[in-house]
Ligand binder design. Structure first.
Ligand SMILES: *Cc1c(COP(=O)(O)O)cnc(C)c1O
Length: 481
């Protein structure tokens, strides 16, 4: 399997899965994709139907990572996808399924279900990919006798998923910046209660944008970056995307009896990483009818899928909503889909994303390419705070199921795209406890708390307060690596 950049640099060069695992952008600023998508045969689909999650992950990942010996990959997936890691289930019988499916009911002739992706250590779907990444990083670094220092900024979900995935891993340290006293008590406790010596929580006196600016400043200091082996784990990381392909297959098998059936997925979307994995599953041959992109008030993606106009937002145009993990001004993985939409023409992708940088966006409405969005199965919708509250209430009162705000955005939009006879699977991206305030507003009751999290806020916390100054953060890192 060879990987290429969406902007065309290095055509003819060879990049394996392991080559691109630890990096971010390609050197021309593009994103990596396989030179061609591997296909699944009807026979493979038949045999995969009954596989446990870890073995299904092995079968899918080996198509993308043929430079990792089979027996090593098998042991990595078996260590990653264990019932004990994904044990925060609400129904105890389902932990061994890793991503259990929960049927809500039949609406308009369609079975609507939730695919539970948030039973991992930090109660959000990012654990699904990040846990694999932790094991892959440790494996690859050991093989080459290297170390890596991960620097990141978080307002909640990504940072904690990264820390729980990397804790105790040989050769890896994590330096995670978060805005001091601006995360919820739950999120703060989740990150700061980690006592592992390779995890460093830096509480930055400032806001999330300050944290992001510091990461950018440090990453732009190329000498510092190289000397201190600085890396990232952001959502454009290819291994994260491909790890997410697995649960589309798992969800498909759980919702169907035979491979003659088709299903639709609705995906609460921010940076387009999750739904990009659905697109790849579909390109591989998984019988997906629709991929429904659900956004909140930050509707960059909904606007594109409705009109063909991609217009990134300024900071002032970006809303802070009650589904904060979908609050984006641009979607960092979107370029991967645009590459396929344009028939994999890197020179056009380069031009369009130059337009994004110079003019703030592009318009494909008049081009024949936009019409092909439908052929790729994409539709979209948006949801507001009032919709979230209403949907959380409805799911609880009608189906007895408590859902989080992001999943509520998904369910709201899913209902606008039901096709009779085609099961609709909504991806559940977080558990309600993470966004308790809106649960209390909608239901006048406390969110469900998994047993492992009882009393978490009372645990001792380990963190260091730093000023919003790249120099201070650099010195902090240099003293510890
Ligand atoms: C990150 C996140 C999303 C958005 O996923 P993308 O891959 O960025 O589209 C949605 N919901 C939750 C809870 C998240 O943490």
């Amino acid at each position: 399997m060879n990987y290429i950049s969406t902007r065309g640099a290095g055509i003819g060069e060879r990049h394996t899965f392991s080559d691109i695992l630890l990096g971010g952008l390609a050197k021309d600023g593009g994103l990596y994709l396989p030179a061609e998508y591997p296909c699944v045969t009807a026979q493979e689909l038949d045999t995969w139907r009954s596989l446990p999650y870890a073995d299904l992950a092995y079968e899918i990942l080996r198509k993308f990572s043929d430079d990792i010996p089979d027996e090593d990959l098998r042991s990595l997936t078996r260590r990653t996808y264990t019932a004990s890691t994904y044990s925060n289930v609400r129904d105890h019988e389902s932990a061994s399924q890793i991503t259990p499916i929960k049927t809500l009911g039949v609406e308009n002739g369609t079975t609507v279900s939730l695919l539970e992706l948030s039973n991992g250590p930090t109660l959000a779907f990012k654990d699904m990919a990040m846990q694999l990444l932790g094991n892959l990083f440790e494996y690859t670094l050991a093989k080459h006798g290297e170390t890596l220092n991960i620097l990141g900024a978080t307002s909640g979900d990504t940072g904690s998923a990264a820390e729980y995935a990397m804790r105790g891993k040989q050769g890896v340290r994590v330096f995670m910046l978060s805005p001091h006293q601006k995360m919820s008590a739950f999120q703060t406790a989740q990150m700061f209660s980690l006592q592992d010596p390779n995890i460093f929580n830096l509480a930055v006196v400032g806001n999330f944008d300050n944290c992001q600016d510091i990461v950018k400043a440090v990453s732009n200091d190329h000498a510092f970056k190289a000397n201190n082996k600085i890396g990232t784990v952001n959502s454009i990381n290819w291994a994260r995307v491909v790890a997410q392909v697995v649960y589309y297959f798992k969800g498909y098998f759980a919702a169907t009896q035979s491979n003659a059936e088709r299903v639709s997925f609705t995906v609460p979307s921010g940076n387009f990483g999750n739904v990009c994995a659905g697109h790849i599953a579909r390109m591989m041959g998984l019988p997906i009818e629709q991929l429904v992109v659900a956004t909140n008030e930050n509707d960059v993606l909904d606007e594109f899928f409705r009109t063909g106009v991609y217009r990134v937002r300024t900071a002032a145009e970006t809303y802070h909503t009650t589904s904060p993990s979908m609050d984006i001004s641009k979607a960092s993985n979107f370029e991967r889909f645009v590459f396929d939409l344009l028939g994999r023409d890197p020179s056009r992708v380069l031009q369009l994303f130059r337009d994004v940088e110079e003019k703030g966006g592009f318009d494909l409405a008049a081009s024949g390419d936009f019409a092909r969005v439908k052929q790729f199965g994409f539709v979209s919708g948006r949801s507001s705070h009032a919709d979230r509250v209403e949907t959380i209430r409805d799911a609880f009162n009608r189906h007895g199921t408590m859902i989080d705000t992001h999943t509520a955005d998904g369910l709201k939009v899913a209902r606008e795209h039901l096709i009779p006879g085609v099961p609709m699977i909504v991806l559940e991206t977080a558990q309600p406890i993470k966004f308790g305030e809106t649960i209390r507003e909608a239901l006048q009751r406390e969110p469900e708390r998994p047993a492992a999290f009882i009393g978490m806020e009372e645990l001792p916390q380990k963190f260091d307060i730093v000023s919003a100054d790249p120099g201070v953060v650099k010195a902090y890192i240099a003293e510890r690596v």
